[in-house]
Design a protein around this ligand. Structure first.
Ligand SMILES: *[C@@H]1O[C@H](CO)[C@@H](O)[C@H](O)[C@H]1NC(C)=O
Ligand SMILES: *[C@@H]1O[C@H](CO)[C@@H](O)[C@H](O)[C@H]1NC(C)=O
Ligand SMILES: *[C@@H]1O[C@H](CO)[C@@H](O)[C@H](O)[C@H]1NC(C)=O
Ligand SMILES: *[C@@H]1O[C@H](CO)[C@@H](O)[C@H](O)[C@H]1NC(C)=O
Length: 233
């Protein structure tokens, strides 16, 4: 069962201890989850937003404590609107480290995984909007009574960023333009209102100013008169 670990005869005691601990840990995990060890994962982030026309990696890895033999896996796409699913590719990995012969049923799918790294990822070339949806990575290890394991990866296809940016720019410019226009309008109205309200006051001011001028002129003329009057007297 734990073939990989028992094939370490010449290693130091420390390494053997670590290996034993790992195998106990593995067995404990298998016991707790009662899944026999195989795990399928599409990674921590299992959602991807990508541009139409780009090429995306749909990641998937498997891990098994008890090892694999004739591990069957496939990728299927679940159509979002109907409940149908279409097969993208499938294969059987005869044993650990032996590369599978993958049957691909989709013209833009390429298998890029490797059983050396427990990697069963695929590439999806030149994506279109119809490629949005859930992709199921499924694996079954006959060694563990054909239990089914799967993980879902969600792809969201976006329109080109440039158009999104343009829309944003248009929105920002319109909002800014609207705000500036409103401010100018308010200032014009305020100026007009102030002018109308002050028209009455302006007359008073003019009166005051003119009377002040008169006074000054009178004073000046008075002074002049005095100056003129002084030499005369
Ligand atoms: C992405 O979609 C837009 C809008 O449908 C289209 O104009 C553009 O050519 C597409 N880009 C690619 C690379 O296919
Ligand atoms: C993806 O698109 C490029 C450019 O249009 C083309 O050369 C290439 O063959 C396409 N690849 C697939 C797998 O369809
Ligand atoms: C799986 O293989 C692909 C292609 O070689 C690589 O890009 C990806 O990073 C690998 N994934 C993991 C989890 O190693
Ligand atoms: C796994 O899936 C297959 C087909 O989808 C089904 O026939 C089988 O009963 C399932 N096995 C378990 C253990 O659920």
């Amino acid at each position: 069962m734990i073939g990989g670990l028992s094939s370490l005869p010449g290693v130091s005691g420390q390494k053997t201890t670590i290996a034993t601990c790992l195998s106990i840990f593995c067995l404990a995990l298998s016991g707790v989850w009662s899944v026999g060890g195989l795990e399928v994962s599409t990674g921590k982030v299992s959602t991807l937003e990508a541009m139409n026309g780009s090429t995306v990696l749909l990641p998937c890895t498997y891990a098994s404590c008890i090892g694999i033999k004739n591990l069957y896996f496939n990728w299927t796409k679940t159509e979002p609107w109907s409940c149908t699913s279409s097969s993208l590719c499938d294969a059987i990995i005869p044993m650990e480290g032996v590369e599978p012969k993958v049957d691909v049923f989709h013209e833009r799918v390429e298998f890029v995984g490797s059983s050396k790294t427990n990697n069963i990822s695929i590439l999806l070339w030149n994506i279109t909007f119809e490629d949005s949806g859930d992709y199921l990575c499924y694996a079954r290890n006959p060694k563990e009574k054909n239990r089914n394991h799967s993980a879902i990866f969600t792809l969201i296809v976006l329109d080109q960023m440039r158009e999104v940016d343009n829309t944003l720019t248009v929105i920002i410019v319109s909002v800014l333009g609207g705000v500036i226009g409103l401010v100018i309008l308010i200032m014009v109205i305020k100026a007009l209102v102030v002018r109308f309200l002050c028209k009455g006051d302006e007359k008073n001011k003019e009166c005051l100013v003119s009377s002040g001028n008169d006074n000054t002129e009178n004073g000046l003329s008075g002074a002049k008169g005095e100056k003129q009057g002084t030499p005369k007297a």
